[in-house]
Design a protein. Structure first.
Length: 158
């Protein structure tokens, strides 16, 4: 089996959706309530989104979505979404293509969000030269059903 990763032209992203929407459903399942499949579609068609498809022979087996993030001192290509089947077989090929695009875009590096429970993926990414830089901890805020009206934030000067 031959795997390849190809960038998808902006004009073709909607045509790709039928082939990858099932993989987007997997993201919904593992995002801790952050994303629905429709959010992934919105991410794919947003300005600045970079979308890749992964092919096994000629069948689409995965996709990635990224964007350029400009920090005050550095620029990174951030891969926010990676989903598909048999990713362990093609992720190295896909990340080589991501790196190629990052170089063309003159980025300082590549970053990727990896959910907990994916130590296998973390290990494979380490083997590809990625290093763990941050660990994000979360705490869900609990609200009482009969609580007083939630506080409203006002925007100063605007």
């Amino acid at each position: 089996m031959e795997y390849k990763c190809e960038i998808v032209a902006t004009s073709e992203v909607l045509n790709l959706w039928d082939s990858v929407s099932g993989y987007a459903d997997k993201i919904e399942k593992y995002s801790y309530g952050r994303f629905r499949s429709s959010d992934v579609l919105h991410q794919m068609i947003s300005d600045g989104a970079i979308v890749w498809k992964v092919l096994e022979d000629e069948n689409i087996v995965g996709f990635l979505v990224g964007k350029i993030i400009e920090y005050p001192e550095r620029t990174y290509l951030s891969v926010d979404t990676l989903s598909g089947v048999r990713a362990d077989k093609w992720e190295a090929i896909a990340l080589e293509e991501v790196e190629r695009v990052a170089k063309v875009m003159e980025c300082d590096g590549i970053e990727a969000d990896v959910r907990t429970g994916r130590e296998d993926f973390e290990t494979r990414m380490s083997e590809l030269g990625f290093e763990k830089e941050y660990l994000i901890m979360t705490k869900q805020i609990k609200y009482e059903e009969d609580s007083v009206e939630s506080p409203k934030l006002e925007v100063a000067n605007g």
